[in-house]
Design a protein around this ligand. Sequence first.
Ligand code: THU
Length: 156
Amino acid sequence: MKEKNVVTKIQVYSYTELTDDDKKLVDLAKEATNASYAPYSHFHVGAALRLENGVMIKGANQENAAFPAGLCAERSACFNAGSNYPDVPIETIAVIAVQNGEVVEDPCSPCGVCRQALLEFETRAGKPMQVLLAGRDTIYRLQSVKDLLPLSFTEF
Ligand code: THU
């Protein structure tokens, strides 16, 4: 028997250490939480994308009484980008969550389904997508979606 360690690289930033463009994206993700529809979980998630052409796109979680019909913020944003800018790579995604009117303390990390969906956007673009997971003061920066989903399923 052999053991294999899978290494994931995460850089930990404070908001003030981010570039101006990345600060803007985190601010936009926070703004996106205002459009979250979360009457069941009361957990308001916002995502913002910066495309390679400079366009920024917001997404927020949209829940439904038929629970599986709801959609996470990350996929709301990415599917919007895929529908309107199918050939433009996503350079960066920022994610943040608000609960009880406050940004949650720990960085909000995408669910497994969103990781798989994000990975395919990255693979399709053929270049890494930077991921910014924002908490109240701490931002996790990952240089690629591959760092969010090691040992991923892919048929490519
Ligand atoms: N949610 C997201 O929008 N993104 C995530 O990464 C995790 C979870 C949403 C789904 C649901 O509307 C609520 O947060 C609680 O799970």
